[in-house]
Structure formats: structure tokens, C-alpha cells
Ligand binder design. Sequence first.
Ligand SMILES: C[S@@+](CC[C@H](N)C(=O)[O-])C[C@H]1O[C@@H](n2cnc3c(N)ncnc32)[C@H](O)[C@@H]1O
Length: 212
Amino acid sequence: MTYESWKNIEGKDVPSTSGFSEKVLEYLKPNSVVLDLGCGYGRLSGFFASKGCRVYGIDINENAIEEAKKNPELKDIEFSVQDATNTNFENNFFDVVVSQAVFACMDLPARKKLISECYRILKPSGILCVSEFGQIDENAKYEEHAKATGEYGTVIVKNPDETERFRTHNFAKSELEKLIEEAGLKVLSYENPDFTTISGNSHPGHIFICQK
Ligand SMILES: C[S@@+](CC[C@H](N)C(=O)[O-])C[C@H]1O[C@@H](n2cnc3c(N)ncnc32)[C@H](O)[C@@H]1O
């Protein structure tokens, strides 16, 4: 299940700060078919289109896709509202799937479905790039949040009036490795740069490039 809050955020307010690995460029060719999975308002979709790729962007949030569709700079991209855990793409369709901070938006059963769906829609030898926020060294904070969320690492980010803004999972490296391995993907590279949160704080990140 995707955490409910993600469906209602206004398009331009979708948090969009996870780091992107330029290493993906090594795997892109002109005409590569690329999916920006959980694309939000299309922050990165245009970048892939500028490299000559045929780009699709999907998101579960209708507001975000509307925002992306009305951006004239993104007019060559095929955006659609879709649940990334169960898409309408054919098997073996994409050369590259890029997933930036999307596994974080859902519970563990949905994360497993999502990675299986990535595997299904990737061509043989296709590339999956997964970028997610990691965990900071504050056990007490995560334990406190887990009382409400039910999972260590899942935190609730609040609005100034204390209502829930969104729920997101901060990953231990091993959690992502397990998902990737169980889906039958091979890790080609791993980086752990610092990302910037929506509050402007530095936060550890994970970037895996994997191959089907
Ligand atoms: C943290 S935002 C990142 C947006 C974008 N990837 C970026 O980096 O700019 C996560 C995005 O994943 C989308 N998302 C969450 N669950 C999804 C699902 N099941 N199917 C498709 N999109 C989903 C959210 O609506 C949101 O736009």
C-alpha cells in the first residue's frame, strides 16, 4: 500500500530532493526507452528527454501528473497516472527505469510488488536505478515514529499545524539490498552520497544501479 498522503499532495509541493546518479548516463543511448517511475511533477523526466531518450513518466498523484503535462518543456514525454506497483506497460518494455525516493512512499509488501514490477517491465539486461534516503544515527527518533507507523525507519513528516504532511521510509542499506536480491536483479554499483531534505538538511542517501 502506498501511504495515503502521497496521493493528495499538490503537484508542485511533491518533495523532490533525492540525489541522482550521473552514472546512469553510462547506460543511456539515444532512443533508449526510459521510465521516470514516481516522477512527481517531472523534475528529472526532461533531463532524460534532453539526452534523446523516449521518456515515460508515471505517478499515483493526479495533481503531479497534471502539473507535468502542462509544462511546455516536458511536452515530448508521455505522462500518465498509474500505480507503479501494477502498471499497464508490456513485459520487457524499458531499457532504463529510474526510481527516485518512491520505495519510501509505501509499506514493505508494496515495495516488494514494486521491485517485481520493475523487473517485469525491464528488457533483459535493462537497468534499474534506485535512489532512497538512508537512516540517520538516531535510534530514539525512529523508535518513537515506529509507535505510530509500525515500522522502524518510517517517519511522519508534519505540517506546521501538526497534521501529517507525508509518511516516508528511511532505508538501511541492507533493506534495499534484500529487495534487489530477492527480485533477481544484480547490483552494478552503489554510492552513498548525502542528499538534502525538504528542510534543507543534509541526510545520507543510497543509490543502487542494478541490472536485470
Ligand atoms: C519523494 S517523491 C519524488 C518525486 C520524483 N521521483 C523526484 O525525485 O522528483 C515520490 C513520488 O512517488 C510517487 N508515488 C508514491 N507511490 C507511488 C505509486 N504506488 N505509484 C506511482 N507513484 C507513486 C509520489 O506520488 C511522489 O510523486
